[in-house]
Design a protein around this ligand. Structure first.
Ligand SMILES: [Zn+2]
Length: 263
């Protein structure tokens, strides 16, 4: 074969691959942008709205009057947060149709209790719920673990705390801070003080599954670490976020019941 022709063919093929890849990447970027835009403006997609105090609540189903009791309990829980400002409007969207939670919740999962957009809108999305009973519907239909400590108002307060944390510490909190801190503080506020520190510390030291996030999916392990620093060691939330301790060191201290050295 003539070597000149082979080189020309090879160059032409490379150009076609490059053009194909460039078109593909451009197409993906347009799709991603279209998705972010659509997910950032959910209001036209939710037909029902109730305003109560600083809360604006949207839903894809009629919103029962009992929402005011749920939101009063959210307010009570948020009083344990040093970040929450009652004058800040809060936008909450109930996603009774599961695709809405996957689409607007940004993670394409329909399994979670709720989600907060900490990047752009700071809107909160909550899964299908029985508002009148102050509880969420679980994805499986089976009873919820720790149901007494996790009514619907827990989930709303938890997600609002993620939004508040991003207002205070930046939109990239999920990337810059450890999971035990971000989820632990949201659980700490969401539970509104309904947390027995010594009981949970003893369960953690004993290796109980409920205090192991990997095995249970629960945030009690993370809550314990945040409560230890805020309530037992007297750190401020700003101090914890400025210098989060190494998690393995926290684990060891909680297991051994030894105190942190002087801060
Ligand atoms: Zn969370």
């Amino acid at each position: 074969m003539n070597p000149t022709i082979r080189i020309a063919t090879s160059t032409s093929a490379s150009r076609r691959v490059f053009t194909f890849l460039r078109t593909g990447v451009a197409g993906l970027l347009v799709l991603a942008l279209a998705y972010v835009l659509a997910a950032s403006f959910p209001k036209p997609m939710f037909g029902y709205r109730v305003d109560y105090q600083n809360y604006q609540v949207w839903s894809d189903q009629p919103i029962p009057d009992e929402i005011s009791h749920v939101l009063d309990d959210v307010t009570r829980r948020l009083r344990t947060s040093s970040l929450h400002d009652r004058d800040t409007p809060v936008e909450i969207f109930f996603c009774n149709e599961s695709w809405r939670l996957g689409f607007f919740g940004r993670s394409f999962s329909t399994q979670m209790g709720g989600a907060a957009d900490t990047w752009l809108t700071r809107q909160v999305f909550i899964r299908a719920s029985d508002i009148a009973s102050n509880r969420i519907h679980t994805p499986t239909g089976r009873p919820l673990a720790d149901a007494a400590q996790r009514p619907l108002s827990y989930y709303i307060a938890h997600e609002i705390t993620h939004s508040d944390t991003s207002r205070r510490f930046g939109r990239t909190i999920m990337l810059r801070y450890p999971q035990w801190l971000v989820e632990g503080y949201a659980d700490y506020v969401g539970k509104g003080g309904d947390f027995d520190f010594e009981e949970n510390r003893a369960l953690f030291a004993a290796g109980a599954a409920a205090l192991d996030h990997d095995r249970s999916g629960l945030y009690r392990e993370f809550h314990l670490k945040v409560a230890y620093l805020l309530d037992k060691k007297g750190w401020t939330l700003e101090q914890v976020f400025a210098n989060p301790p190494d998690e393995s060191e926290l684990d060891a201290r909680l297991r051994m019941e030894i105190a942190f050295p002087a801060d």
